[in-house]
Design a protein. Structure first.
Length: 208
């Protein structure tokens, strides 16, 4: 079983959590700088400490971030306060009914969340994303690629140094998952800079 996110955020200092990176990813920055994304009502699924939500808020986006960990949401709220921006951060389960989330959004994204969600739960997750997006809204999803050499193997399920068990996806799996609900504008393998080294990820950019 995966280690609970709340336990990670309570017991591990933020600077030692592998995915807690303050600098926004180049993919997201380019989408904004190239105006493929313009300021709009945005939701981040699995926002963690809120680093990317806060960055988007600085660019003029109206951002809601949700995470299952109350400690992560506390960090996110403090992050926004420290940076002087207004975001909405909510404790919520991305696989639940999400009654906490109000209204519809023009852009949704999850950055390295999907590999924490196993295949049997992914249709329910994608249905939540679809339900919260307006027609024509954009969606960015980035998760580990099954060709990535991380964590010592080529298996689909791999255990990390902090005890989480991740599912590594192929591009074909993601195409099958997303295509019924979205027009896939781009789906490709990319090399991303992680906190302690590069890794290979799937990057999907879509439109509802």
């Amino acid at each position: 079983m995966p280690v609970e996110m709340e336990e990670i955020y309570r017991k591990i200092p933020p600077e030692k959590i592998p995915w807690n990176i303050e600098t926004p990813p180049d993919i997201l920055v380019r989408l904004v700088r190239n105006r493929r994304l313009v300021p709009c009502r945005t939701i981040e699924f699995g926002c963690g400490a809120g680093n990317y939500a806060v960055w988007l808020a600085k660019q003029g986006f109206d951002v809601t971030g949700i995470d299952i960990s109350p400690s992560a949401i506390d960090l996110a709220r403090e992050n926004a306060r420290r940076e002087g921006v207004r975001c909405t951060f909510l404790v919520a389960d991305v696989l639940g009914d999400l009654p906490e989330v109000k209204g519809l959004f023009d852009f949704a994204f999850d950055w390295e969340l999907l590999h924490h969600i196993y295949p049997e739960d992914r249709p329910r997750y994608v249905a939540n994303v679809v339900r919260l997006l307006r027609p024509g809204a954009r969606y960015l999803s980035v998760c580990f690629h099954d060709n990535d050499p991380q964590f010592g193997g080529s298996g689909k399920y791999r255990t990390t140094q902090i005890g989480t068990v991740l599912y590594f996806s192929s591009e074909e799996e993601l195409r099958d998952l997303f295509a019924p609900s979205f027009t896939i504008l781009a789906l490709r393998a990319v090399t991303l800079r992680g906190k302690w080294g590069d890794h290979v990820a799937n990057c999907a950019f879509m439109e509802k």
